[in-house]
Design a protein around this ligand. Sequence first.
Ligand code: SAH
Length: 245
Amino acid sequence: MSQEKKIHVVRIGPGNRENMTLRALQVLQDCDVIVGYRTYTDLIKDQYPDKEIISSDLIKERERCLQCVELARNGKKVALICSGDPGIYGMASPMLEVASEEGFTDVEIVPGVTAASSGASLLGAPIGHDFCVISLSDLLTPWELIEKRLKNAAAGDFNIVLYNPASHKRQDYLKRACKVLTDTLPQERICGLVRNIGRENEECRITTLGQLADADADMFTTVWIGNSQTRVYDQRMITPRGYDK
Ligand code: SAH
């Protein structure tokens, strides 16, 4: 039996209720306060009309975590929500960092379906073999390191999943990443994009690396780049489980 925690870092999946785990639904049902970035609290607030909802801006991550500790210390059961899996570019690490600084230990991380896998299921089976996930956001990571990771992933023939292909401020992350990748990968390499997974206006598209640079991608898009074996059958991306020997 797991001990009842006071702060639960919950993923709400890509955005639709069906893709939430039973544990995540249970935590939201049992909590007193739901805290999160407005995009996510807006997605679920109608389902929890009796809960206190605290929405905040994306940049105030640390403050949000501190607020959770304060609420929990005042006896509230808090659900800190984010999309996908909280451990993948999500609130799990800032929350645990703040908790450790504050000497607060009652934190449960509730796992969820990350965009790499929820979007993959819409494209077919693009990550059927070894894959890596790279965020193109240089907000917290130097661009040189992002380029190095892209190059190494391409050299290793990994399927590559790109998160944060664009932001409000920077529209050209994806173009720049494609430039790095096409140094070594062929233009006809199979790629896929999914926008708004599990949400209104969900869009799914299969294309090639050569065309990816000019594809429409925003901050709610995830991108899959096939490995050397990836092919398309009946509008679906398939990466085989192995290599023909
Ligand atoms: N914790 C999240 C990732 C947050 S980083 C997860 O595990 O999925 C933000 C990036 O995730 C976005 O720029 C996008 O690339 C991807 N993403 C998150 N939700 C998405 C959705 N509903 N549709 C498409 N991409 C999504």
